[in-house]
Write a protein that binds this ligand. Structure first.
Ligand SMILES: CC(C)(COP(=O)(O)OP(=O)(O)OC[C@H]1O[C@@H](n2cnc3c(N)ncnc32)[C@H](O)[C@@H]1OP(=O)(O)O)[C@@H](O)C(=O)NCCC(=O)NCCS
Length: 155
């Protein structure tokens, strides 16, 4: 949670889990649980989400990830993110998927680059004070037209 405004309490964390579950029930997709078969039933989440409407590039669908630290550096985030993009382009038929994070979150930007997203621009997160060190964000995008559909459908 280094690059988020604050740690979640246990109750806030469960509440976020319930919200993610209800969004999946409502839309059929969302931030999915990541499971390592035979090892762990839950190591974090990766998937698709509709961010709040006050983002400067809304409406949009974002791809995001958050894994328990002991499972970093194993390629799980990138593998799950590629599958999420495949779902976004071939199943949901989206034109474009975005991702964003604070400028200092280099690990997250590395995942964006590995799944073929392109840096678009910097922006200030509307929910953070301009003086907050987390406020300055990078925006990445990938479009279905940029050859992504054939890449993800295996054509
Ligand atoms: C962002 C986050 C998901 C990235 O996780 P990660 O483990 O670094 O990312 P990956 O799963 O893609 O792992 C990549 C590394 O695994 C290693 N790796 C090992 N086996 C691999 C394999 N089979 N395939 C690919 N990579 C593999 C590689 O060394 C690779 O590192 P490299 O690209 O520098 O060579 C993780 O840091 C995280 O959960 N952070 C906290 C939450 C957060 O900040 N979320 C984003 C908010 S916007």
């Amino acid at each position: 949670m280094e690059f988020f405004p604050k740690l979640l309490t246990e109750e806030e964390s469960y509440s976020m889990g319930r919200k993610i579950k209800s969004l999946i029930a409502e839309r059929g997709w969302g931030f999915w649980a990541v499971e390592i078969p035979g090892q762990s039933k839950f190591v974090g989440f990766v998937g698709l989400h509709i961010p709040k409407e006050n983002m400067p590039f809304s409406p949009c669908v974002e791809i995001g990830w958050r894994l328990a630290k002991r499972y970093w550096g194993m390629g799980y985030a990138t593998e799950a993110a590629n599958e999420s993009l495949r779902y976004a382009f071939t199943h949901l038929g989206l034109e474009e998927v975005v991702s964003f994070t604070t400028v200092r979150n280099i690990r997250s930007q590395a995942v964006m680059e590995k799944i073929g997203m392109s840096y678009t621009n910097n922006f200030k997160h509307p929910d953070l004070e301009p003086s907050d060190p987390l406020c300055e964000h990078v925006l990445y995008k990938i479009s279905a037209r940029a050859g992504s559909i054939s890449r993800f459908s295996g054509v």
